[in-house]
Design a protein. Structure first.
Length: 301
């Protein structure tokens, strides 16, 4: 039976499989359904003896903008009440993380092709692939490190080292493809109009290698990461992610999103405005209007 899904597309040809995140109207924002369907598509590619390399890409102008905050922040889906069950939350987020990490655990190599954005949870997905190629003008980062998130795959430190991982996660900043390549976060960055060709050139080079060779080389490298404690680090990151979303500050962020919309909440977070310890009153309409005016004036320069 042909692979069927609602949020991803799957195609196999010429010894390669293409998995396409397919919610372009939401910049391919993540839902639980998408996480499950990524894992199913990876399994489909691994079960196909004609496939040697897997390419993960996003439909439209963005690879992935992270979790769909209209669903999870503004509407509060899966956000628990005042009494927080950490194990219930851990099981939910570990399931999503394990789905993303099928890209890393896949026997066959995986390549992420990033245009537009690979941010927040979208960076978790991209960095779960073995190799990442970005457009030079694309952005990658984990802005929820400022509030309401911890990267559950924990791949920043393994790819960047401690100091640069701290630089990213203690600020929530994003960097473009050029800087990501300079720092060794991704394998290559090319002009946006050359992205498809760059990915295909790498896939062509890899697809000529027998499957057993690809699998053994990848397993050997991945084992080194496992020996460094990758799984235990992920477990801590997943637990911390749940805490960040249910801490007083995390609840303040959800209240903010529900009162003013997730767009305003994200703008407050990402433009570096002060986030109070312990939460507190949500900014009123006048403060939000002033923020938006300031932002729009800056964007028009």
């Amino acid at each position: 039976m042909a692979f069927s899904a609602n949020t991803v597309r799957y195609e196999a040809r010429d010894h390669r499989a293409y998995i396409t995140l397919n919610r372009p109207e939401r910049l391919n924002a993540i839902t639980a359904e998408m996480a499950r369907e990524i894992a199913a598509a990876v399994q489909e590619a691994n079960d196909d003896d004609t496939v040697r390399v897997i390419v993960l890409q996003g439909e439209g102008r963005s690879f992935c903008s992270g979790y769909d905050l209209k669903v999870y922040a503004e509407e509060g889906v899966d956000h628990q009440g005042q009494v927080w069950d950490p194990i219930k939350d851990f099981r939910m987020m570990k399931a999503n993380t394990d789905h993303f990490f099928t890209l890393w655990r896949s026997a066959k190599p995986t390549i992420a092709k990033v245009q537009g954005h690979a941010v927040a949870g979208g960076s978790d997905i991209a960095l779960s692939c073995d190799l990442v190629i970005m457009a030079e003008d694309a952005r990658i980062g984990y802005m929820p490190a400022r509030i309401w998130g911890c990267p559950t795959t924990a791949m920043w430190v393994y790819r960047l080292g401690a100091e640069r991982a701290k630089r990213m996660l203690l600020t929530g900043d994003t960097i473009d493809g050029v800087r990501a390549k300079e720092w060794g976060l991704v394998i290559d960055a090319v002009p946006a109009d050359e992205l498809d060709d760059a990915v295909e050139a790498l896939v062509d080079r890899m697809a000529g290698v027998p499957i057993n060779q690809l699998v053994m080389q990848k397993m050997m490298i991945n084992q080194a990461f496992d020996n460094m404690g990758l799984q235990s680090t992920q477990n801590m990151a997943i637990l911390f992610d749940g805490i960040t979303r249910h801490s007083p500050e995390g609840r303040w962020f959800v209240d903010f999103a529900q009162e003013h919309g997730f767009g305003a909440a994200v703008r407050w977070r990402d433009t570096g405005r002060f986030i109070p310890d312990g939460g507190g009153p949500v900014p009123d309409d006048d403060v939000i209007a002033a923020m938006n005016s300031q932002f729009d004036a800056g964007a028009g320069r």
